[in-house]
Write a protein that binds this ligand. Structure first.
Ligand SMILES: Cc1cc2nc3c(=O)[nH]c(=O)nc-3n(C[C@H](O)[C@H](O)[C@H](O)COP(=O)(O)OP(=O)(O)OC[C@H]3O[C@@H](n4cnc5c(N)ncnc54)[C@H](O)[C@@H]3O)c2cc1C
Length: 478
């Protein structure tokens, strides 16, 4: 009998799983139920959409929704009946499943402030999670002069930078004494705040919001220190919460997320969970690379391709995708730990670097500002490889004597080095793709998916393709 696989959620994890299953062929019926009315899109790129550098069609994800995949958008699953093996939808349908996958993602947190406690948010107050949110922000920003962002984490700063790039005066209100406290240290955050100020973003730190007053003309944000800030719109960026309501109501084991094992199975062996909604080994992920890695594992298991497939988390690397700001952070900046600690700061140039090294391996790093060694640092961290004897090449991104950054050119990069973190594509895979006939950046990207996540590695992929074409032309003319 044809196996019936139902995926709840057509976001970055659910759509990728459908694509992975489709690519594996086989006799199974895959149904994807997505609450959002759109085709799957690249949520990460919403920040770039906000800047105006790309348009809506550019964020669409080219995942398979064809033969063998029944994609239903604008359909919300309202309940799971585990005993009957069915899901119920808001359009009155009931679908039977043999295997069910939860890919319900996260929801933006709306802070419990007076003025935001009604059933609907005021018109000019918008969270930043979905394409519809992005459209609302853009509509409110049209003709606006000033915007406020509540929350100085990664997404808040990306939103702030995007609105500043559209010419708005932007203020960021953050209750913590420094920005992006989960990824940065106070010194790095101070350099970042300086860079943002130069780009038209003012930061208000260590102060909480106490009230929002919004009407058709604008928004006022009251602060705990007695000030009131006025703007034309307010973007809420106060964190996300895994969407676990369905799983909880169905009696699955849930803590902060839906509990899963190394096979991504929930407490019911017929139900898996992947992406932002899943909690594996005590951790939530909230990033696309693990969501896509989990989708691959579930596809391998459900398709019977590799019964031994298991999800193995990798340490996350955070990069800010805001024009004019180069920031990469990895490891825990607050982890005192033992070992060496190296820092370099040049606030006037917006540059800061900090490396934490233990046993010749990087355990944490922050690189802010233009540092050509950023790719090398990420690879050393990701692979747990030994750092060069002269650490200055990493800290400053420059060669010192013979101690050049080890992978500054594609030729020196080891084949195992990960180029695309989101899709886990190595240099070796890119070279293999070239050798099998892909001759342009677009062809290599289409075949390997490198560069289709956050897009941060596009230049590196282009550099490798350029290097390969040079190597080949030398070999041909020789
Ligand atoms: C602006 C922005 C920038 C980001 N930048 C980065 C970045 O640079 N790097 C990075 O790694 N990550 C980034 N992220 C996080 C990344 O987008 C998420 O980790 C990723 O989207 C998780 O994928 P997911 O499929 O689990 O969840 P989602 O993409 O949120 O998809 C979940 C889907 O499930 C649907 N759904 C929920 N409940 C139901 C239901 N009952 N029935 C039907 N459908 C349902 C939702 O409507 C949604 O469409 C960013 C996020 C945002 C918002």
């Amino acid at each position: 009998m044809t196996e019936r696989i139902v995926i709840i959620g057509n976001g970055m994890a659910g759509s990728r799983l459908a694509g992975e299953l489709h690519a594996r062929g086989g006799d199974r019926k895959v149904t994807v139920l997505g609450a959002e009315p759109h085709r799957a899109y690249n949520r990460i790129m919403l920040s770039t959409l906000l800047t105006g550098r790309i348009r809506e069609p550019d964020v669409e994800l080219a995942e398979a929704a064809g033969q063998g995949v029944d994609l239903r958008t604008g359909v919300t699953v309202t309940a799971i009946d585990r005993a009957a093996g069915t899901v119920h939808t808001d359009d009155g349908d009931r679908l039977a499943y043999d295997q069910l996958v939860l890919a319900t993602g996260s929801r933006a947190v709306v802070p419990p402030l007076p003025g935001l406690d009604g059933p609907e948010l005021p018109e000019r107050v918008v969270p930043f999670r979905t394409l519809d949110d992005c459209r609302r922000i853009l509509a409110a920003a049209d003709g606006a002069r000033a915007a406020l962002v509540l929350g100085g984490g990664l997404l808040g700063l990306e939103a702030a930078r995007g609105l500043a790039a559209r010419g708005l005066d932007v203020g960021v209100v953050h209750p913590v004494p420094y920005l992006m406290e989960r990824q940065l240290d106070p010194a790095a955050a101070a350099v970042l705040a300086g860079t943002l100020a130069g780009l038209g973003v003012t930061t208000h730190l260590a102060v909480s919001a106490t009230r929002v007053v919004a009407d058709a003309d604008g928004v006022r944000l009251d602060l705990a220190d007695g000030r009131s800030l006025a703007a034309d719109l307010l973007v809420l960026s106060c964190g996300v919460r895994p969407d676990t309501a369905l799983a909880r109501a169905a009696g699955l084991d849930v803590e902060r997320g839906v509990l899963v094992d190394d096979r991504l199975r929930t407490s019911d062996p017929r139900i898996s969970a992947i992406g932002d909604c899943a909690q594996h080994d005590g951790a939530l992920t909230g990033l696309v690379a693990p969501a896509w890695a989990q989708a691959r594992v579930v596809a391998q298991l459900l398709a019977g391709e590799d019964p031994g497939a298991r999800y193995r988390p990798r340490p996350p690397v955070t990069r800010l995708k805001a024009a004019g700001i180069d920031l990469a952070a990895m490891g825990d900046p607050g982890d005192g730990g033992t070992g060496e600690e190296l820092t370099f700061a040049d606030p006037a140039r917006g540059t800061y670097a900090r490396l934490r090294i233990h046993d010749e391996r990087l355990t944490a790093a922050i690189l802010l500002g233009d540092n050509p060694a950023v790719g090398t640092v990420i690879q050393l961290f990701d692979r747990g490889q030994p750092v060069p004897a002269d650490r200055r090449s990493l800290l400053l991104g420059r060669a010192f004597g013979a101690a050049a950054a080890p992978a500054a050119t594609p030729a020196l990069m080891p084949d195992a080095a990960t180029v695309c973190q989101c899709n886990d594509v190595s240099k070796g895979a890119l070279v293999g793709c070239w050798r099998s006939g892909a001759r342009t950046v677009d062809a290599v990207v289409a075949a390997t998916r490198a560069g289709t996540g956050c897009g941060g590695c596009r230049d590196a992929v282009a550099g490798i393709v350029g290097w390969l074409s040079e190597v080949d032309s030398v070999e041909v003319t020789r």
